[in-house]
Structures are given as C-alpha cells and as structure tokens.
Design a protein around this ligand. Structure first.
Ligand code: ADX
Length: 185
C-alpha cells in the first residue's frame, strides 16, 4: 500500500499551512497515518540556506518531494504546504507519484492577501525590502489542471477542508487504500 500526496500550492499567505494542519487533523481522526511537510518549517531545517531564486526553490521542492516519497512508501499520507511557484517541478513531482498526487490550488486574490498580510511580508516586498517575493516581484505559475481548486477568500478554512475531504472520499482515497486516480490500486 502506498500513501497519497496532497500538495497545496499558492501564493504566500493564501492559507496553505492552515489548510494542511486542518486536513491532517481530519485524516488522523480517520486513523490514517499522516505527515505535514510545510515550506516554512522545511526551510528552517532541511532546506536551511536555500534562497528564493528559481534554482533554490526547485531544489527545495525536490527535497520535499524526496521526503514525501520515503514516507508515502510506508503508507503514510503526506500533505505538503509550499508556495511551489513553478509548474514544471510540480509536474515532475506529479509524474513521480502516478495516480497519488493531488494538487490543490489555494487561490486568493492578491489584494486580499495584501490586506491580510499577517506576517507583514507583502508590505516589505512592496516597499522593496524583500526581493524576489512571490506574487510581487517573483512569478507564480498557477496550476492549469489541479485536482482541487479552492478559494480561501470565499470559504472558511473548515468549509474548505471539508470540501477537500469530500473530494478525497469521492475519489476513493479515504477507504484505507489509496485507490489511484488512474484506476490502479
Ligand atoms: S517555495 O517557493 O520554495 O516553495 P516555500 O513555501 O518553501 O517557498 O517558502 C515560502 C515561505 O518563505 C513563505 O511563506 C514566506 O514566509 C517565506 N519567504 C521569505 N522570502 C520569500 C520570498 N522572496 N518569496 C516567497 N516566500 C518567501
């Protein structure tokens, strides 16, 4: 049996961390072994010293994907929360987890993010105090065909996670076996 990989991608502050924690709580309640790999935490440990240029961001994503691979191999379901702004490397991860990669686009309009800005990073980025800030001075390539697309400005975190749990259930991921998107099990 192999775990699945729920991959939250989206702009900083869109709600990836909040959703990943709530989803992990839901899955754990259903007796599913779950681990969260959060970009902020990973950058403090496994990816310490990496920057925010494309090369380093891609390296960060490949490290996260490597750990995810090790965990899913042991039937642990992995939830990733990372900006992961580049489509190509996200698709690379998708290819490595055929039928088990669930891309969740955490979408929120930029003006809402700038208004919320709990860490004050948008303010700093807009003032030019942070370089290469995703969505301000660095690109974000939205998924073209994500499994799930959520709008965090329109729905509460609890309601959003509920819709994700329903998607997982509808697609056979919550039956103890990670039934594959491509029909394999
Ligand atoms: S990723 O691009 O490599 O996937 P990751 O999710 O690990 O990014 O880290 C993003 C976090 O780093 C943000 O939540 C934010 O707190 C912080 N950060 C600091 N500088 C930047 C920047 N230039 N661009 C984006 N995030 C930044």
């Amino acid at each position: 049996m192999t775990g699945f990989l729920v991959w939250f991608t989206g702009l900083p502050g869109a709600g990836k961390t909040t959703l990943s924690q709530l989803l992990a709580g839901e899955l754990t309640q259903q007796f599913m072994r779950t681990e969260v790999l959060d970009g902020d935490v990973i950058r403090d440990r496994l990816s310490k010293g990496l920057g925010f240029g494309r090369r380093d961001r891609d390296e960060n994503i490949r490290r996260i994907a490597f750990v995810a691979e090790l965990l899913t191999r042991h039937d642990i379901h992995v939830i990733v929360a990372a900006v992961s702004p580049y489509r190509a490397v996200r698709n690379e991860v998708r290819s490595a987890h055929p039928g088990r990669f669930i891309e969740v686009f955490v979408d929120c309009p930029k003006d809402v993010l700038i208004a919320r800005d709990p860490k004050g990073l948008y303010r700093k980025a807009l003032a030019g105090e942070i370089q290469q800030f995703t969505g301000v001075s660095d690109p974000y390539e939205p998924p073209l065909n994500p499994e799930i697309h959520v709008h965090t400005d329109e729905q509460s975190p609890a309601a959003t996670v509920q819709s994700i749990v329903e998607w997982l259930s509808r697609n056979g991921f919550l039956n103890g076996v990670a039934a594959a998107l491509d029909g394999r099990s």
